[in-house]
Design a protein around this ligand. Structure first.
Ligand code: COA
Length: 187
């Protein structure tokens, strides 16, 4: 299953993503804001890719964005906590350091959310981020997630510091954002 975004392709994680997955998961900003503490070496990165590729429990669909030309891993994005009865899910994301600042996150978050509405019949997707993570707030708003409130002292970052979280939500009935194409080499 793939979503073709032109300059990027969204697909399930594959084993070959493991070396770049290790670099992504051990990046300091990822460690601070969306840590993957069990990825510490190539073997654990491979296991992380395989967990992401296994959607059989119905609770998550994890996607990797790959460069449409080179195939290199650019980002990881999961619809998780999928509740088929309430038709809700949450979304989380991490962009590789070499792909940041080009519009990758907002493009991926929008595409995965729309896929969840269309293919899973979701009605609501929730996106939480630490208030201090300003870039993530830009991503949320650009990809159509309305700021709904603050969860006080709800997130403990990679250094053990507690933070308030912003809660954003996007409903299937919300107007979809008009996004510019990501600024990538393959155009
Ligand atoms: C946050 C993150 C996902 C952004 O990915 P990205 O592909 O660079 O995001 P985009 O290019 O789509 O958009 C980034 C936006 O944040 C802005 N931004 C980037 N760094 C910023 C900073 N330090 N302060 C303020 N704004 C910032 C950019 O200008 C852009 O805003 P704009 O579209 O209004 O110009 C990425 O940096 C990342 O993976 N960080 C570590 C993990 C993480 O924070 N995950 C999210 C947890 S909720």
């Amino acid at each position: 299953m793939t979503i073709d975004l032109g300059a990027m392709v969204l697909r399930r994680p594959v084993d070959d993503d493991a070396p770049d997955g290790l670099l992504l998961c051990t990046d300091p900003e990822v460690a601070q804001w969306n840590a993957v503490p069990d990825v510490v070496d190539l073997e654990s990165a491979l296991a992380w890719c395989r967990r992401g590729a296994d959607w059989s429990d119905g609770r998550h669909t994890t996607w990797h964005a790959a460069d449409g030309t080179t195939g290199r891993l650019l980002a990881n994005c999961s619809l998780y906590a999928i509740d088929p009865e309430d038709r809700t899910a949450r979304i989380g994301y991490r962009v590789a350091p070499w792909a940041r600042g080009a519009g990758v996150a907002r493009t991926v978050v929008d595409a995965v959310t729309r896929w969840g509405f269309d293919e899973l019949g979701l009605v609501r997707v929730q996106l939480d981020h630490t208030v201090a993570n300003v870039a993530s707030c830009h991503v949320a708003q650009a990809s159509g997630f309305v700021l709904e409130g603050i969860l006080r002292s709800s997130y403990v970052d990679g250094s053990g510091v507690r933070h308030d979280d912003h809660v954003h939500g996007r409903l299937v009935t919300d107007r979809a954002p008009a996004l510019p194409r990501p600024r990538m080499s393959a155009g």
